[in-house]
Design a protein around this ligand. Structure first.
Ligand code: 13P
Length: 251
């Protein structure tokens, strides 16, 4: 049985004091029998304080990005071992904002996955199509290619430490989430792609989460779909009440 995963990607929002306030507000609300695994993904600058604030709680910490290189002369980058040392367990790889704004391609995404896994991080690989791709009927081809190239050369054991986030680019930050049926159809296709790239058991065990304008209103019907194993939440994770409501919708 896959445990639901609800991750809050704060993107480039919240100073350190604001991050701590949000964590404090959220911890006050979450009870010990939380129905999902919860991961907070603040900006790099807040990771250290966040790790301190989360000590002893079941909430996990994640990072939004990492370098594809292990160490060295790479000004401005953050390595996988640095993320481990600050207390991160998760890292996002291949978010569409990284792909589009910073020209990350599937080759570098594949290297980032390998680097993350080699240091013991759990990676969340993000995939998704643009509206133009969808209208052209290319959604499954685009995502199939992102999965093939992104996961190239990763072993079965490594795949066990990866979750997939389906984030249609047209749904991110637009207030226009994929309809539950639309999302389910793509999640099912992702699982079937994983089954052919790996095996049915691995495909069944992999968490495939949905992201793109998830709100307390849209999450219950999305989360009740058979192949949706959680959510990657942007805007609605910046407020303790709305993020808590999304976590609770898992019940
Ligand atoms: P929004 O929830 O703000 O649409 O962002 C989704 C996202 O990109 C999470 O990674």
């Amino acid at each position: 049985m896959r445990k639901m995963l609800i991750a809050g990607n704060w993107k480039m929002n919240k100073t350190i004091p604001e991050s701590l306030q949000l964590i404090h507000d959220l911890m006050r609300k979450l009870d010990s029998d939380c129905p999902a695994e919860v991961v907070l993904i603040p900006p790099f600058i807040s990771l250290s304080s966040a790790a301190e604030a989360l000590r002893g709680s079941d909430i996990q910490l994640g990072a939004q990005n990492l370098s594809h290189l292990a160490e060295g002369a790479v000004t401005g980058e953050i390595s996988a071992s640095m993320l481990i040392s600050v207390g991160c367990r998760y890292v996002l790889v291949g978010h569409s904002e990284r792909r589009n704004l910073f020209q990350e391609d599937d080759t570098v995404i594949n290297q980032k996955l390998k680097t993350a896994l080699s240091e013991g991080l759990h990676a969340i690989l993000c995939v998704g199509e643009t509206w133009k791709d969808r209208e052209a009927g290319k959604t499954k081809d685009i995502i199939g290619n992102q999965l093939k190239r992104g996961l190239e050369g990763l072993s079965l054991m490594e795949m066990r430490k990866i979750s997939i986030a389906y984030e249609p680019v047209w749904a991110i930050g637009t207030g226009k989430n994929a309809q539950p049926g639309q999302a389910q159809e793509v999640h099912e296709a992702i699982r079937s792609e994983l089954s052919s790239q790996y095996d049915p058991e691995t495909a069944k065990a992999t968490r495939i989460i949905y992201g793109g304008s998830v709100t307390p209103d849209s999450s219950p019907s999305l989360m009740s779909q058979p192949d949706i194993d959680g959510a990657l939440v942007g805007g609605a994770s910046l407020d303790a009440d709305s993020f808590y409501a999304i976590i609770n919708a898992v019940k």
